[in-house]
Write a protein that binds this ligand. Structure first.
Ligand SMILES: [Fe+2]
Ligand SMILES: [Fe+2]
Length: 514
């Protein structure tokens, strides 16, 4: 009969603890009793414990008393057997020590908070399906007009820029002037000063930053939009006295989710590369499936680009590839994602190694590749601005960090958060056109950081960082690839296998390392 009870339960996806079986066997017809008892469970139990049986019996008894006016459901022999089992039970029951792995896994799953809530994902801004760029001259003019006008609006809300005039008017005034402009070029003179060539829709001007001015250390890059306050100097030059960047507020309040669920952030999986760290990924996958500690609240997994290694992305890449077919690389990646538990919503962005156009904003990977994945995986563009349980997230692969590192002397690949802070200060993900980051001239500039996010995440540099900056959670989300020969040549030292996690209800940061 023990065997029959076990079969009956396991066929229904329920694992009984031995004490529960002992108890059921004390009934004259254990199977009949069990099936009538199961009718009183609110939902099918994963693990059937004696405690759970007692809880449900109490409910059933109460219902029976109310219905029939009698208290005793079970014969006296069963009551005394129950007392016996409870009395004999050791302080640490043996079956708990010997609890099979499967039972442990299922018991933990029962405690997983993230399973109790459905996903609440809203895409707020994404180029996917909206690209109109043909790369013609008029597209560029339209793109830069949109960039200037949008950023001008943002800058005009700054108190320091009250009373601003147009550039053509500013050049004619003999008093202190203030204007908003786009920087065409930044040049250093032999004597150590800097000259900015700037313009707005009405004209151009030359702005001098003297070498003794504190502004000399403010790293202005071509194509960014700034506010300038200055005074007229010799030869039509305007001498800069202050430069205003759009910036983010000093202390932004975190929009809190109403329930305690978390988002985990990873990127740069580089499936298909010989250096893909399979063991680290397996450990991560095991951990997230076990649903232990931090994992039990993870409702979202955001993957910020370079999910596969791609083909022909850098010179002699074929020597580093284990899988030299892009379709098969995505098939492998789909297999990896299929091991992530079904209660976790996965959001995937492309990066510069993925099978989409390299120019940013990049659309989501094509449908032919998306079809390899379960419908639970959401593919978005790069960058993407979205909302998870009310918390707003800006996710960007981070290619422009290459530009910051190569042009700003204080920036390094080992400190990617510094470049991210500069993006926030300039309110633009890739301010310089024509650098290492290819940009598609779309009708509107998707790379402007128009809204201030609660979480700003990048990847790309295979480093790692997390920090609270002015109330914004900044994350650079590690990698799953060890150092390649190309990275060695470029002095990039990866920090793989780190998983930053943000609790969306509190904004707290956590880190899990593999
Ligand atoms: Fe990468
Ligand atoms: Fe990348």
């Amino acid at each position: 009969m023990r065997e029959e009870l076990l079969n009956f339960l396991t066929q229904r996806g329920t694992l009984p603890e031995p004490k529960a079986i002992d108890y059921l066997l004390s009934f004259e017809n254990p199977l009949d009793y069990l099936s009538s008892l199961l009718n009183h469970f609110e939902e099918k139990p994963l693990i059937l414990t004696l405690e759970e049986i007692r809880r449900v019996e109490a409910i059933a008894e109460r219902a029976s008393i109310e219905a029939k006016g009698r208290a005793q459901l079970k014969p006296e022999a069963v009551q005394s057997k129950l007392l016996e089992i409870q009395k004999e039970a050791p302080a640490v029951p043996e079956h708990f020590i010997k609890e099979p792995k499967e039972v442990v896994r299922l018991r933990r799953r029962k405690e997983i908070v993230a399973r109790e809530y459905g996903p609440e994902l809203k895409i707020l801004k994404d180029i996917t399906g909206k690209s109109t760029s043909r790369g013609k001259m008029e597209d560029f003019q339209r793109y830069f007009r949109n960039r200037f006008q949008t950023m001008q609006r943002m800058l005009l809300s700054r108190r320091e820029l009250g009373g601003c005039v147009e550039v053509s008017k500013a050049k004619k005034l003999s008093r202190e002037v203030c204007f908003i402009c786009i920087v065409n070029s930044v040049k250093s003179t032999k004597s150590g000063h800097k000259i900015l060539e700037v313009e707005d829709e009405t004209g151009t001007a030359s702005v001098l930053i003297t070498k003794t001015s504190p502004l000399i250390n403010d790293w202005i890059v071509p194509d960014e939009v700034v506010g300038i306050r200055g005074s007229p100097g010799k030869d039509d030059l305007i001498i800069a006295e202050s430069i205003v960047h759009p910036e983010v507020p000093i202390n932004k309040e975190f929009r809190k989710a109403e329930v305690s669920v978390s988002a985990a952030f990873i990127s740069d999986v580089h499936v298909g590369s010989k250096s893909f760290l399979e063991k680290k990924w397996s450990a991560f996958s095991q951990w997230i499936n076990d649903g232990e500690d931090l994992a039990k609240e993870i409702k979202y997994l955001v993957i910020s680009g370079d999910v596969v290694d791609g083909i022909g992305v850098y010179p002699r890449q074929d020597e580093d590839l284990l899988i030299d077919d892009i379709h098969r690389q995505y098939e492998e990646f789909a297999k990896l994602l299929s091991s992530i538990p079904e209660w976790i919503k996965i959001i995937v962005l492309p990066g510069n190694h993925d099978a989409v156009r390299p120019a940013e904003p990049q659309p989501a990977i094509p449908t032919s590749l998306r079809n390899l994945f379960s419908s639970d995986v959401i593919f978005v563009g790069n960058p993407c601005y979205f909302q998870l349980h009310g918390v707003e997230i800006l996710s960007y692969h981070g290619k422009s960090i290459d530009d910051f590192v190569s042009t700003v002397p204080s920036m390094t690949y080992s400190r990617p958060l510094e470049a991210m802070k500069e993006m926030l200060r300039k309110r633009h993900l890739a301010p310089t056109y024509g650098g290492k980051t290819p940009i598609a001239p779309e009708e509107e500039d998707y790379l402007i950081i128009e809204k201030v996010p609660d979480i700003f995440v990048t990847g790309h540099v295979h480093g790692f960082g997390m920090e609270n900056y002015r109330g914004i959670r900044l994350i650079n989300s590690s990698a799953w690839q060890s150092q390649t020969s190309y990275q060695k040549m470029r002095n990039i030292d990866p920090v793989p296998g780190k998983v930053p996690i943000v609790n969306l209800a509190s904004g707290e940061f956590f880190l899990k390392e593999f």
